[in-house]
Ligand binder design. Structure first.
Ligand SMILES: [Zn+2]
Length: 113
């Protein structure tokens, strides 16, 4: 039987934080998507992106399931955002974007793994 990997998204500043979660609740992959239309590609529905991480976690087979994709929420209105990767606090939505692109070590580590 194939293991299920559930992809969900929540607002993260001006972008979306997309998470791929294993059946046991472990987060296998996290990714920032600039828009909802990129999710299928960036999480591996329509590409091989992240597949190495999924293969490593479930060597005997897996399938991707689309979970809740939330593209708007109260997080977008706040000016006091927390980086979901390194936990730094106090960003507004544009500041968080800049931080992820330029100064977040944990985000870069996630990408390179
Ligand atoms: Zn960070």
């Amino acid at each position: 039987m194939k293991h299920k990997i559930v992809v969900t998204a929540i607002p993260c500043g001006i972008d979306l934080l997309v998470t791929a979660t294993a059946e046991d609740g472990e987060i296998i992959a996290r990714h920032i998507c600039s828009k909802e239309a990129n999710i299928d590609h960036d999480t591996g529905f329509t590409s091989d992106w992240q597949h190495d991480k999924y293969d490593k976690y479930y060597p005997d087979g897996w399938e991707l399931i689309k979970g809740a994709i939330i593209t708007e929420g109260p997080e977008l209105a706040t000016e006091d955002l927390t980086c979901p990767f390194c936990g730094d606090i106090g960003y507004d939505k544009y500041g968080l974007k800049w931080h992820l692109m330029h100064s977040c070590d944990d985000y870069e580590n996630t990408e390179e793994e």
